[in-house]
Design a protein around this ligand. Structure first.
Ligand code: NA7
Length: 533
């Protein structure tokens, strides 16, 4: 006898919906969550300034019209504390707490072919068996601290943004060093600069950032929007990014330059990254087209930052806009006009070591009271590899994916029967409004399990051929775009030694959803059932 139908790893957006959806389908389910609260990435990333770069009305569950109507977001872009309140409200409303065990990390999971079940071990020394093992461990959860010589000797405190102390940190009057200028670094920097004696921003790669134009969500606007939420959600599900965007439908290179400037200016004024890059059809597929938007953005930096040398250093070069996640901030560039902020170029003079009182680059030393790392994540695979997952014949997932992650439709991987991933490699996940992607995956997995039970099948796993074909398609689609052309976490370039593979599906959420539905309708084509292909 197995203990449960399903074990779920994690209680972020994915795990929370998974336990609700599986229980509602009559399955016995339990989620293990390492944190002492739910929320996943939004639980851990509690640094000052943490905010989602997808609008509140989109970055929320669509499965319950009642939830949609009763919840009111206060701002256009949700800040971390509000997202956490929302997720706790969801857990209360749907009575999910009995299904979630907090303070418990899943340490391993191994497939027992004879029992046709997974044995899942946890950090409290316990183990549980389940028919299905569902990882909802998240794409951006395993954080990355650079291996800097001497970091242990640093006398002041140091922090990673993804493990921010819940009681907060007071930087008043402190000299603070910030390493990392991605989405996170760009959000936290102005908050630190506002109180610190001095902030040194150590920049390895300059990043593109568009304004948020964040503002309170007005009552009248909310009422009007909620009246057509259902239709809007349907449009979002079928859209490319999981957020309906209106573009011109034309290539930028065919447009009169003055029209281009006008439209970019309008979208810059309106704020947000998706409408900006979605303005023309060729911005993310043609380098020449991308250069047009890149130059527009560099001009905005030059007109914001008063010191021309600093402005030039902040101007990103050498990779296409959008090939690294486009950052969003209303005050990052202007922050460099403050007298208490310095930009340190660690591309030309890298950090050599940390000494008890600060950071030494190849050319200078910086005395610091505190250090902040906004150095990102071992994305997409990090959280999976943090568990000792062993499939058929005891094969470790790490070994199976030695040369890069490979999964069929992003939901399952060959050699790992009855294991499902929510927003796994090979899915659009990180290139979409991830909440809608999560819902789609959870519902697909739920329906698959129901179908397996109804048909009397004990196991399911992708065939190697279907998986290889899908990953070849993922690569083909990606290689027709500019996305793989930057050293980003999208390709694993931020983690030394990680295989450089672009594993996200950038063919659009709507087409991806249709493909998943088609596979299910064909009796789970491309999957082996009960070990039979
Ligand atoms: P990112 O986007 O991976 O950014 C990490 C930043 O840290 C980036 O500027 C990196 O420079 C820098 N970094 C990483 N390692 C080092 C070392 N060893 N030395 C110096 N600088 C380093 O992570 P975020 O947390 O900002 O954002 C992750 C996602 O969360 C984001 O895409 C959104 O989807 C939300 P690099 O560019 O690699 O030269």
């Amino acid at each position: 006898m197995v203990d449960l139908d399903v074990v779920v790893v994690g209680a972020g957006f994915s795990g929370i919906y998974a336990v609700h959806a599986f229980r509602s389908a009559g399955l016995t389910v339990k989620a293990f969550e390492a944190g002492d609260g739910i929320g996943g990435t939004w639980f851990w990333n509690s640094y000052p300034g943490a905010r989602c770069d997808v609008e509140s009305k989109d970055y929320s569950y669509s499965f319950s019209p009642e939830l949609e109507q009763e919840w009111s977001w206060s701002e256009r872009y949700p800040a971390q504390p509000e997202i956490l309140r929302y997720l706790n409200h969801v857990a209360d409303k749907f009575d999910l707490w009995p299904l979630i065990q907090l303070n418990t990390r899943v340490t391993g999971a191994s497939w027992d072919a004879d029992a046709a079940a997974w044995t899942v071990t946890t950090s409290d020394g316990a183990s549980v068996t389940a028919r299905y093992f569902v990882s909802a461990a998240g794409c951006l959860s395993e954080f990355n601290v650079p291996n800097l010589p001497g970091l242990d000797s640093f006398e002041g405190p140091w922090y990673h943004t993804s493990r921010w102390p819940k009681e907060g940190v007071d930087f008043t009057g402190k000299r603070v060093g910030l390493v990392g200028t991605g989405s996170t670094g760009i959000q936290v920097a102005p908050e630190i600069a506002a109180v610190a004696e001095h902030l040194y921003v150590f920049q390895r790669t300059a990043n593109f950032a568009v304004p948020n134009r964040n503002r309170p969500w007005r009552q009248a606007e909310e009422t009007e929007f909620k009246a057509r939420y259902r239709e809007y959600r349907e449009e979002a599900r079928q859209s490319f990014l999981g957020v309906p965007i209106t573009g011109t439908g034309r290539p930028v290179l065919a447009e009169p330059p003055e029209d281009v400037q006008r439209l970019f200016t309008q979208r810059w004024q309106a704020g947000g990254g998706m409408p900006f890059l979605g303005a023309y059809t060729d911005l993310l597929v043609s380098q020449e087209a991308n250069d047009v938007v890149a130059e527009f953005m560099r001009d905005r930096i030059r007109e914001t930052v008063t010191d021309p040398e600093v402005a030039e250093l902040l101007c990103p070069r050498g990779y296409p806009v959008g090939a690294k996640r486009l950052c969003q901030s209303d005050d990052y560039y202007a922050m460099f006009n403050r007298p208490n902020v310095s930009l340190v170029d660690i591309r030309s003079a890298p950090i050599e070591s940390v000494y008890p009182g600060g950071v030494k680059t190849t050319t200078d030393s910086y005395d610091l009271d505190a250090l902040v790392f906004a150095t990102g994540f071992d994305a997409l695979t990090g959280a999976l590899f943090a568990m000792d997952i062993r499939g058929a014949g005891g094969l470790p997932l790490r070994t199976a994916w030695e040369t890069g992650a490979s999964a069929y439709l992003g939901v399952g991987t060959a050699g790992f029967p009855n294991m499902f991933m929510i927003t796994g490699p090979g899915s659009p996940a990180v290139f979409s409004n991830v909440v809608l992607s999560i819902e789609q995956h959870v519902e697909w997995v739920r329906d698959c399990i129901i179908w397996l039970r109804a048909q009397g099948h004990a196991t399911i796993e992708p065939t190697s051929s279907a998986q290889d074909e899908w990953m070849a398609h993922v690569s083909e689609v990606a290689n027709a775009t500019l996305f793989p052309k930057a050293d980003s976490w999208y390709v694993g370039a931020n983690i030394p030694g990680k295989p450089r593979v672009f594993t996200s599906y950038v063919g659009g959420c709507g087409p991806y959803r249709a493909k998943c539905d088609e596979v299910a309708a064909a009796g789970y084509a491309g999957f082996a059932l009960d070990g039979l292909t």
